[in-house]
Design a binder for this molecule. Structure first.
Ligand code: NAD
Length: 702
């Protein structure tokens, strides 16, 4: 007998407990265990009813995704649910904890359901690019109502049991009473004749689900579901539950499930699911590596980044000391943080008490001595090596031994910063993304001498402040910003060759990013890129066309949204970009000056010339060991740059379309674009090698 499910006969009731740690995933052993134990309980004359529950904190987390790669998986979940639903004795699900995906489908196939009010259940399959494939799309509408089920299945969001009246036959207030009240409910079912009640027999009230319900839902979803494959199939499956008898609805659900499973979007989303988890596994430390406690944090610089970073720690209940040179700057920084919290309170996301509690965790100081007892310092001052060195020199003097000294630099050499202290093993880069209180990504930058202990502590700290950490090495721009450089450069060059900002932006938006490079540049401020170029003129001197229009705009004070003009024009108080004919004219003049012939450029060329060099840079980053695995790069791009998750990230996208295609296109542009091409389109050796071997980036191991 499988040990993943254990049975206890309590009087006239067989209680089956799933116990497959950590989350009761419905792996083969659980499925086999359920069938075996139900059959045994049915054969036992003393048993009048069967309860399915769990010995773990969760009822069940759903399908075992490690089984997605195949193998002999029989019995499949629908077979188990058939056994449950067709059992001649009543089967009652007692949900002692959350039930997701297949876990909820098990409960839906039972004849009765019992739980406590604050428990949560959901069908999150859509997040993996698929839909509930074991009857969930047919059973949930029958119990929860069509509108509610539609929303839960398409959004993937869990819902509280107290809001799912139709699903549960008994919802107890206090979880501590679940067992006693649940068992009393079971006895009541037995006393009333032990009736079997199949969810599949429930008639859907068609009037509750008119066509307009679906039409409206589709309309409301347009923007959010842009580019995703599964949400529309989820809607169609729920439509089938209304239009078709149960058995036919199940068949339709199965067809739609298979369509989703075969989609590139599902492959990408499942890749990303594993990529995010894999990012936490790094070879720089192991279980035996000690970590340090982070009980108090210092932040230097209360500007854009310092303020946002401080909020992360205050949100996690960790006290922060913020240091500025002048009281005025400090007051301004703290006032902005308060304003941010107050705005959240106005939107109902925080209570006023929570605002005060968080503000109370933030102390300000203009004296370095205030940092003598912090466990971690994050420097977020101006992006200038001399300033950073000065700050780290001062930190070295005041911080206690064992304090972690981190820099939020975007581009500067963390090895050089570390060398300005007497303790380089304690120095690390913690590269947050703007707005730092919102963006999930944290690039953890290990320098040459950073100790494993400091790396491990930083990776764990990231989790505590609700960030997704990716470990990277030192190079200009680290992973994310280094790869965005060719992306921005090509966008600018395409404009010289005849594309307009709006054409380029539309191609990139249609590809799935939240906005194109010109809109992004205007929003961030064109001056930011300009200052980066100023610090790197020697590396771009060989390309006289490099971002020349942007340079001209900045010199004229047209730095983007904040000045009302950049690559686009803006009306006061309005963020909508308006095409600016002067910019197009400027590009024409620069092209003439540089001897670049303007022409019509196809959308395909725009896409390839912007995205492929970004991927090529990713290949260089991989072979240099700056990122340990291609999936880490994908995590950085989805969480830091809005790369569409239904493409899985740039490296997964390249793997999906085939590296040969990327390699061939790089060679083509290298050869077609003359001197410019030979400067910027040389394929990375790793791309060439993998393309020739018919392999993928995902196959590459350091
Ligand atoms: P900012 O100009 O908004 O803030 C810098 C703050 O540091 C200012 O308030 C300034 O008064 C203070 N400061 C300067 N020198 C100081 C010193 N010696 N001691 C104490 N305080 C000092 O800049 P920012 O955008 O917050 O950037 C800060 C750092 O974060 C830079 O290294 C930048 O590259 C990096 N970064 C910025 C972004 C972004 O999008 N803005 C994203 C990631 C990383």
């Amino acid at each position: 007998m499988s040990e993943a499910v254990i049975a206890e006969v309590q009087g006239n009731v067989a209680v089956l407990y799933m116990q497959s740690p950590p989350v009761n995933a419905l792996s083969k052993s659980v499925r086999v265990g359920l069938i075996e134990n139900i059959n045994q309980a049915l054969d036992n004359d003393k048993v009048d009813a069967i309860v399915i529950s769990s010995k773990l904190a969760l009822f069940s987390g759903g399908a075992d995704i490690s089984e997605f790669s195949g193998g002999n998986l029989e019995p499949h979940l629908p077979t188990v649910l058939d056994v449950i639903e067709n059992a001649p004795k009543p089967v009652i699900a007692v949900l002692n904890g959350p039930a997701f995906g297949g876990g909820l489908e098990v409960a839906l196939s039972c004849h009765y359901r019992v739980t406590f009010a604050s428990n949560k259940v959901g069908l999150p399959e859509v997040n993996l690019g698929i839909l509930p494939g074991a009857g969930g799309t047919q059973r949930l509408p029958r119990l929860a109502g069509v509108a509610k089920a539609l929303d839960m299945i398409v959004s993937g969001r869990p819902e509280k049991a107290s809001k799912l009246g139709g699903v549960f036959d008994l919802v107890v207030e206090d979880p501590a009473n679940l067992l006693s009240e649940g068992m009393a409910f079971v006895q009541d079912v037995i006393a009333k004749g032990a009736k079997v009640r199949k969810t599949s027999d429930v008639e859907i009230d068609k009037a509750s689900a008119p066509d307009e319900l679906f039409a409206q839902y589709r309309q409301g979803l347009k923007k959010q579901a842009r580019g995703f494959f599964a949400p529309e199939r989820c809607i169609q499956a729920v439509e089938a539950s209304v239009a078709l008898p149960f058995e036919q609805g199940l068949v339709r659900e199965g067809e739609l499930f298979m369509e989703c499973m075969a989609s590139k979007e599902a492959r990408a989303q499942q890749h990303f699911f594993f990529a995010e988890r894999a990012a936490a596994h790094v070879s720089d430390y192991d279980k035996s590596t000690p970590t340090r406690d982070i009980k108090k944090v210092g932040i230097i610089g209360a500007g854009t980044m310092g303020g946002g970073i401080a909020m992360n720690f205050a949100n996690a209940g960790i006290p922060v000391v913020m240091l500025e040179l002048k009281q005025e700057a400090l007051d301004k920084g703290l006032a902005l943080i308060r304003k941010n919290y107050e705005n959240s309170a106005k939107k109902g996301k925080l209570t006023q008490q929570a605002v005060e509690d968080r503000m109370a965790l933030l102390q300000g100081s203009t004296e370095y001595e205030a940092l003598s007892d912090v466990d971690l310092v994050i420097e977020a001052v101006f992006e200038k090596m001399s300033v950073k060195k000065e700050v780290f020199g001062a930190l070295d003097k005041v911080c206690k031994p064992g304090a972690i000294l981190a820099s939020n630099t975007s581009t500067l050499d963390v090895n050089e910063i570390a060398a300005s202290t007497s303790r380089p093993e304690d120095v690390i880069g913690l590269h947050f993304f703007s707005p730092a209180n919102v963006m999930k990504l944290l690039e953890v930058v290990k320098a040459e001498k950073t100790s494993p202990e400091v790396i491990k502590t930083s990776m764990q700290m990231a989790k505590k402040i609700n960030k997704v950490a990716v470990l990277v090495g030192v190079c200009f721009g680290f992973v994310g910003n280094r790869m965005i450089e060719p992306y921005g450069r090509e966008a600018a060059r395409l404009m010289l060759e005849g594309a307009t900002p709006q054409q380029v932006d539309k191609v990139i938006y249609d590809f799935g990013l939240p906005m194109g490079p010109f809109t992004m540049g205007d929003m961030a401020g064109l001056d930011i890129g300009y200052y980066v170029r100023e610090s790197r003129r020697e590396f771009i001197a060989h390309d006289p066309s490099y971002c020349v229009v942007s340079d001209r705009l900045v010199k004229q004070g047209r730095v983007g949204l904040k000045s009302g003009r950049g690559a686009y024009m803006y009306e006061p108080g309005n963020r909508t970009p308006i095409p600016d004919p002067e910019v197009v004219q400027m590009a024409k003049e620069e092209a003439e000056r540089l001897g670049i012939e303007q022409r019509d450029i196809s959308d395909q060329e725009i896409l390839e010339r912007i995205i492929f060099p970004l991927i090529n840079e990713g290949a260089l980053i991989l072979e240099e060991g700056i990122a340990a695995k291609s999936s880490d790069i994908d995590v950085i791009y989805v969480y830091g740059y809005g790369f569409p998750v239904y493409r899985g990230g740039p490296m997964q996208y390249a793997d999906e379309i085939g590296l040969k295609k990327v390699y061939d296109a790089m060679c083509k542009y290298r050869d077609e674009l003359g001197e410019y091409g030979s400067h910027w389109f040389e394929p990375a050796p790793l791309l060439k090698q993998l393309a020739e071997q018919g392999k993928r980036f995902a196959d590459f191991k350091q």
